[in-house]
Design a protein around this ligand. Structure first.
Ligand code: ZN
Length: 499
């Protein structure tokens, strides 16, 4: 296989949870890189994982399972812990948690977000690769593959500053106390606020679970998209002998004196609508907890759809190679990459992995979706150059590697002594495309990075070594915002015990 184990990468999120692994019980391998993104407000920790059994068995102490991320917003107490992705096939919950982690700011208190608790299952679109993680909080064998993740999230829940725990799920249908029809009945979980009991002991922060949950339904029911979506409170009365609920994360929190709610959107909805209801519920509870927050988008399904599809990026080699992926082709060929640099992704639910069907290729995952498949052209790097001089639409300028250069009509890359330029998709006669005026109509569209045929790679080499690349975007830069299709979501299997 053509992929190395990434050496020496940082093993923990810069501001994250305790992330010591259990003994390597899995064949997954990764490196984790701290990265500072999104107008300098939040951290996203990003993962690189290799599904390579050979590499994993060569365990050298630097290999780690694909792990969850903890992103901390705001200051001190009270801390609200938001968990997404305990089940890997519930994109409403983990996408909503990701938006809180990356697009919210918090004052008067803190929000800690784990958007990807069961990250390997998210990537594989599985409810639970090792069984249902939300049934592992009462007792768990140390040999269970989920043991490390479960014990570390338990540690976070028990953290003295954590006062409120929200566990985000997508449930089927619409929960109703009485049966109305197949989709609306007591066995469904969608569109409900789940509590384990009416209230907790005095002295516990937000101890009136029932009243607070009803406040959530009141807040959210005033902004329903359709009356069918009406939210209800579901009290599982766990202490009265609900053997299944006793194994859940939220009951673990309640047992440890923390107010906890399970929030369920409905699997009947596309992802953006699930996320809409999740964020409505989360915001109601943040307000009730006295936490001030700010988000940089409108709370509507349409804005949510846009932000979920925005800023999907990956870079390699200190951004000498950079790809925006919001509308990428399903396959990107012969991308020059250094073997020993961990990719940096822009969202905590993204991962770059060897593809399952062809581990010579790298698949870029975003939650349950595979965005694109890259066929790498492994290269040594030359870091003696960081920018090149271009003439774009008649104006001369310097462009750094990793940038996206808007081009209306024409682009010319100036000659660089000792280097050659390869413009992918430009059918030039020589092996150096510098000094040549490039126009959009000259390009072969199927070489573009994006589906519309507007985004092209300009690669700079010193002999066989890659110095870096930038991207030329022809035409109006706003075109990427033009997609209106619904976000894909697969309902996924679910037992009667959806939560
Ligand atoms: Zn669930």
């Amino acid at each position: 296989m053509g992929v190395n184990i990434m050496p020496g990468a940082n093993s923990r999120c810069k501001k994250g949870a305790p992330l010591q692994d259990g003994s390597g019980a899995t064949a997954l391998v990764l490196s984790v890189v701290p990265v500072y993104k999104r107008d300098m407000r939040c951290f996203a920790r990003l993962c690189f994982l290799l599904f390579c059994f050979l590499a994993a068995t060569a365990a050298d102490g630097r290999t780690r399972p694909l792990d969850f991320t903890t992103i901390r917003l705001g200051g001190k107490e009270p801390v609200v812990l938001i968990v997404g992705g305990i089940q890997g096939d519930e994109p409403g919950g983990f996408s909503a948690a990701t938006l809180v982690a990356t697009r919210y700011a918090v004052k008067n208190g803190a929000v800690w977000v784990v958007p990807n608790l069961n990250f390997p299952s998210i990537i594989m679109r599985s409810r639970g690769l090792n069984g249902d993680m939300n049934r592992k909080f009462a007792a768990l064998d140390a040999r269970d593959p989920d043991f490390s993740a479960v014990s570390r999230i338990q540690e976070l829940i028990r953290h003295p500053q954590v006062k409120l725990v929200l566990n985000l799920h997508d449930g089927s249908g619409y929960y109703r106390e009485e049966k109305i029809d197949a989709l609306r009945n007591p066995l469904r979980w969608g569109q409900s606020v789940i509590i384990d009991q009416e209230r907790m002991d005095g002295g516990v922060f937000m101890a009136e679970l029932g009243r607070e949950a009803r406040q959530v339904t009141e807040d959210v029911n005033s902004r329903l998209v359709q009356s069918l979506h009406k939210l209800h409170v579901h009290n599982t009365n766990t202490a009265a002998g609900d053997r299944e609920m006793e194994k859940s994360l939220s009951w673990y929190a309640v047992r440890h004196g923390k107010a906890a709610f399970g929030l369920e959107a409905s699997k009947e909805f596309p992802v953006e609508l699930r996320v809409y209801y999740h964020l409505c519920m989360v915001e109601s509870l943040l307000r009730q907890a006295g936490i001030d927050f700010f988000r940089d988008f409108d709370l509507t399904p349409e804005s949510i759809r846009q932000v979920l599809q925005a800023d999907i990026e990956v870079s390699f080699a200190e951004k000498r190679v950079f790809l925006p992926l919001d509308n990428a082709r399903p396959a990107i060929g012969a991308l020059p990459l250094p073997q020993n640099s961990a990719p940096v992704t822009s969202k905590p639910i993204m991962a770059v992995l060897p593809c399952r069907k062809n581990n010579e290729a790298l698949c870029i995952h975003y939650g349950n979706r595979t965005l694109t498949r890259i066929r790498p052209d492994w290269r040594e790097m030359d870091d003696s150059l960081s920018e090149v001089r271009v003439t774009v639409d008649g104006r001369e300028k310097l462009i750094r590697f990793g940038e996206v250069l808007p081009v209306a009509e024409s682009l010319l890359v100036h000659r660089i002594q000792g280097f050659r330029v390869n413009v992918i998709g430009f059918p030039g006669r020589s092996d150096d495309d510098s000094g040549v005026t490039l126009r959009r109509q000259n390009f072969l569209k199927h070489y573009s990075v994006d589906r519309q045929g507007t985004l092209y790679r300009v690669e700079v080499y010193n002999k066989r070594r890659l110095a870096g690349m930038f991207l030329a975007r022809f035409g109006a830069p706003a075109q990427a915002a033009g997609r209106r299709d619904r976000l894909p979501a697969v309902p996924g299997p679910e037992s009667a015990l959806g939560f």
